[in-house]
Write a protein that binds this ligand. Structure first.
Ligand code: CA2
Length: 144
């Protein structure tokens, strides 16, 4: 049975490609999904790709990754990165290897984006590599 990984995206990532292309690029969320699924196929793993604008739904999905026996999580919580202790606690509770991904590089943007709660539970952070950052994160987890 192929190993399963969860790729979880938070607030506003469904809007990719529709606004602020200078920050987030021109590719839309369906391209992101397709890219992640193609990468999973070539890495020989299974992925569940999920997006929600609601913090509690993201917590539910992190818990589900654990309950379904996933081997790791790739997560871009969107702006919840900078605010959500609930997401941090959920990731910590799963004890699953987790990679934090950001399409942009939040550390070179506004000060309020410099704090990341989820980073405290993440093994690795990939920032500023666009959608390719998700592939990098999945490859890291799959090759562990
Ligand atoms: O760079 C990232 O991936 C972020 O997690 C994206 C978040 C932002 O709040 C974080 O600081 C960094 C924003 C999600 C995307 O928001 C969009 C809004 C309008 C159009 C396109 C994307």
């Amino acid at each position: 049975m192929k190993k399963l990984y969860y790729v979880i995206n938070g607030a506003n990532l469904n809007m990719l490609g529709q606004r602020e292309p200078e920050i987030y690029g021109t590719k839309d969320y369906s391209f992101l999904k397709k890219t992640v699924k193609n990468a999973a196929r070539s890495l020989g793993i299974r992925v569940k790709v999920y997006q929600s604008n609601h913090e509690g739904d993201l917590v539910d999905m992190i818990q589900r990754a654990y309950l379904k026996g996933a081997c790791g999580i790739v997560i871009n919580p969107g702006a919840y990165t900078h605010t959500s202790i609930a997401i941090l606690d959920a990731v910590k509770a799963t004890k699953l290897p987790t990679v934090e991904v950001h399409i942009s590089d939040p550390d070179s943007r506004e000060d309020f984006r410099h704090v990341s709660y989820v980073r405290l539970a993440a093994e690795k952070t990939v920032s500023g590599h666009g959608i390719d950052g998700y592939v990098e994160a999945l490859r890291y987890l799959a090759e562990k």
